[in-house]
Ligand binder design. Structure first.
Ligand code: ADP
Ligand code: ZN
Length: 745
């Protein structure tokens, strides 16, 4: 027998090896193996097993990794699709479907010495006082790790061994699972009685889980978009849908954004399935686990002991089988997109996996992506809605403060408007808590006048121009349009000479806050202050126990946190997200404002949200104020339609990177000509660029981009894969192909 193997080398080729006698029966499709390649030993994955090969003189497989095949046939098929659709090598795609800790298996299972009692025959022999103490501990616990016993009894291993010699206890080596949450005590929860809307959503989902595919018929659409306002009880729907899946003897995958993967979230799932007839383990997969923990969690799923896998992006590859249900919570989150090869989008992979395995897929969000809502309007997905909060709590009142008014009164750019600082004072007086939010991402890439709100935009693309400070140039990174930076604001009624000088970060805001409220406890939470995951937990813990009055932070505090005592949420500058040079800037701002606003008023007191903005009448801000997703969608989809942006079309973004700008530019021009030549027959293709990327020089690399748009992305990416592979660029120039990019920078 021979095995076809994809090696972990980017060769875009598979190789045949023979299966030696001693490994017969251990090698199957999906096995991870070690094989000789030249003088090296290389790891790879078996993609096929056959009787014979067309090659002669095959080398043998050296070693099989793991007792079970690691890549299930379903996941192998998914990896093939990823390689093709996202234009990357099959090797790179395959590599991403297994966690590092499982691929190399260095961590392996951890063996540990356990001490356990053995059945006594007759009376307990006479023991010393010391020995009795030790024996009592073991007796009470029946079995415990030796290490723990030594600590508890303050004794040494040789003392314990003496008890073993006397036949009273056994010291044995056993596999100790590294359970990252071993010390949690979780109280089981029961299903809640559902609102009519929740019940209707659940009924549609369970009907899909139960529906059989009819031979010869187009399979039913099993993708749902669950659109429910924050706090509408989406999670309860997920939980009961999972319960139904387990009843059918199938498993489920739950995807949540990395930042929402808090102990709080995971606990809700564990609590429901920790006991009762449907009891199963819930395995958690995410980047904060140690290699050993990740290894163990993954194998719990592979062995079928855990039938629910919950995790961030890469958990979509969890070897749950048979798979009945996939949930993608906060489906609009851009962190589902992997920003390195393979550049897959976990939501889209989830839908493809669902189709391949006949599983139902539920996308959930309070602020769905335009893509998903558009797919509902095209009847590709079924729309389920939860328009009210589950606990009858009102959505918070949102007030917009026009910062241009505040500015005229003072001199420096204001950070706190009188309205916001007054609202904070009130909370301090009443011992209620405040969250302040500052979105720093994308800051200072656009040129905005702080006096009138004017933003420099591209006349061709309706995007903000990128402000390149060093060259004092404004540039569009889609079409290449460029313009000098104006000396005064071009708005005729404004002419502010201070247009070029604006700047602000969380640190500055923190300083200002401390000056305004010297007696308040203020904490800042952003990527600068959080070096460790403990910091994150500590600050949130302090906030929960009311040791902190005002929590100031970036994106990371916008999601999934539940604090009943927070009655005020302030957004320092709503515009910062609005003027990124990206057609999704409006959508992101709307999502962010709605999500952040959802943090207020989760307790008994009604919440208030204050949004400070320099462009207060922008539709993204106004619709968010009214919690009006449908209204926002209507006007936004029109804008996308006019300019043929997604979801009307799909985008492939090609970026050339290199240290020498002239060379990068030259290669980009060359690539453009090749694309025009090779894709001339591709109808509906729109080609734009090359143009410098918004962050032209990122990490010492110059970057130029070409953007392609089409409605037929599968067809295009297949052609693109061929065209780009055939091209040769200079050694120091690299090409990145990004299909369906979420960020245009
Ligand atoms: P979402 O996931 O949509 O933000 P959650 O599932 O977190 O909403 O629900 C918000 C709150 O409402 C939670 O405290 C939850 O326990 C509660 N809840 C959800 N469904 C119900 C229900 N049917 N009856 C009573 N309370 C509910
Ligand atoms: Zn342009």
């Amino acid at each position: 027998m021979i095995a076809r193997v994809t090696l972990e080398l980017n060769l875009r080729k598979e190789f045949d090896y023979f299966i030696p006698e001693e490994l017969a029966g251990q090698v199957d499709v999906g096995s991870r193996v070690q094989v000789p390649f030249g003088v090296r030993k290389v790891l790879g994955c078996v993609t096929a097993v056959a009787e014979e090969s067309e090659h002669v003189k095959l080398k043998p497989i050296l070693k099989v990794i793991g007792a079970q095949t690691l890549v299930t046939p379903a996941v192998l098929k998914l990896a093939r699709w990823i390689g093709q659709y996202y234009c990357c090598s099959p090797e790179a795609a395959l590599k991403s479907v297994l966690p590092e800790a499982v691929r190399h298996e260095q961590a392996g299972w951890r063996e540990q010495l356990f001490v356990r009692t053995v059945p006594l025959t007759g009376e307990l022999p006479k023991l010393s006082k010391r020995q009795t103490d030790i024996w009592n501990i073991i007796e009470e616990r029946r079995a415990l790790p030796l290490k723990e016993l030594l600590k508890l009894a303050e004794t040494t291993a040789s003392t314990v061994r003496r008890l073993e010699d006397r036949g009273l206890v056994a010291v044995v080596s056993e596999i100790a699972e590294r359970d990252p949450n071993a010390h949690e005590h979780i109280l089981p929860t029961q299903p809640l009685a559902m609102s009519p809307e929740q019940a209707a959503a659940l009924a549609a989902i369970t009907a899909s889980i139960d529906a059989d595919e009819k031979v010869g018929q187009k399979p039913p659409s099993r993708t749902f978009l669950l659109h429910g306002v924050t706090g509408s009880g989406k999670t309860e729907v997920y939980l009961q849908a999972i319960a139904h899946t387990l009843e059918q003897n199938k498993g489920a995958i739950v995807l949540v954004p990395e930042i929402a993967l808090t102990p709080q979230t995971v606990e809700r799932f564990k609590a429901r399935f920790s006991s009762g007839p449907l009891q199963t383990l819930v395995a958690v997969l995410h980047s904060h686990l140690s290699a050993g923990e990740r290894h163990d969690e993954w194998h719990k799923i592979r062995q079928g002991r855990a039938r629910i896998a919950i995790g961030a992006r890469s958990a979509i590859f969890a070897p749950v089988q048979p798979l009945g249900l996939v949930i993608v919570d906060e489906e609009h989150e851009s962190s589902y997109k992997q920003e390195e090869t393979p550049r897959y989008h976990a939501r889209d992979v989830a839908i493809v996996r669902g189709q391949m395995e006949g599983a139902t897929v539920v996308l959930g969000s309070a602020t769905p992506s335009l893509e998903s809502f558009y797919n509902c309007s095209k009847k590709k997905y079924a729309l389920l809605q939860l328009p009210r909060r589950a606990d009858e709590k009102k959505l918070p009142f949102v007030r917009i403060v026009d910062m241009r008014q505040t500015l005229r009164k003072g001199k420096a750019i204001p950070i706190l408007s009188p309205q916001l600082s007054e609202a904070i004072s009130k909370r301090l007086d009443r011992s209620e808590q405040t969250i302040l939010f500052l979105n720093r991402r994308g800051y200072s890439t656009a040129l905005q006048c702080p006096l009138c709100g004017y933003v420099a935009g591209c006349p061709n693309c309706s995007l903000s121009l990128t402000y390149h400070r060093q060259e004092q140039q404004l540039r569009c990174h889609i079409c290449g349009h460029s313009a000098p930076v104006p000396k005064v604001c071009p708005e005729r009624s404004c002419n502010n000479p201070g247009i070029r000088y604006s700047g602000l970060g969380t640190q500055k805001v923190e300083e200002t806050l401390r000056n305004f409220f010297p007696h308040a406890q203020i904490a800042r939470m952003d990527s600068d202050t959080l070096k460790k995951k403990e910091d994150y937990r500590r600050i949130l813990g302090d906030f929960r126990t009311a040791k902190i009055d005002v929590l100031l932070g970036t994106q990371m505090i916008a999601k999934g946190l539940h604090f009943p005592n927070v009655t005020l949420v302030g957004i320092i500058y709503a515009d910062l997200a609005l003027h990124q040079p990206d057609f999704r800037a409006g959508e992101r701002t709307f999502q962010l404002l709605t999500q952040v606003a959802g943090r207020a008023g989760r307790g008994d007191v009604e919440g208030e949200v204050i949004v400070q903005a320099f462009t207060p009448f922008h539709p993204a801000i106004q619709y968010a104020r009214r919690h009006d997703f449908a209204g926002f969608y209507e006007q936004e989809i029109e804008f996308r339609q006019q300019l043929k942006y997604p979801p009307i079309s799909r985008i492939a973004l090609l970026t050339l990177k290199g240290r020498n700008e002239e060379k990068v530019k030259f290669s980009a021009e060359h690539l453009k000509r090749e694309l025009e030549k090779n894709l001339a027959d591709f109808r509906d293709l729109i080609l734009a660029g090359p143009a410098p990327a918004p962050l032209l020089k990122a990490e010492t690399f110059y970057r130029h981009q070409i953007m392609l748009r089409t409605v037929r992305m599968s067809a295009l990416s297949e052609r693109l894969g061929k065209v780009t592979q055939a091209l040769k660029f200079a050694d120091d120039i690299s090409l990145v192909v990004d299909i369906d990019p979420t960020a245009l920078s």
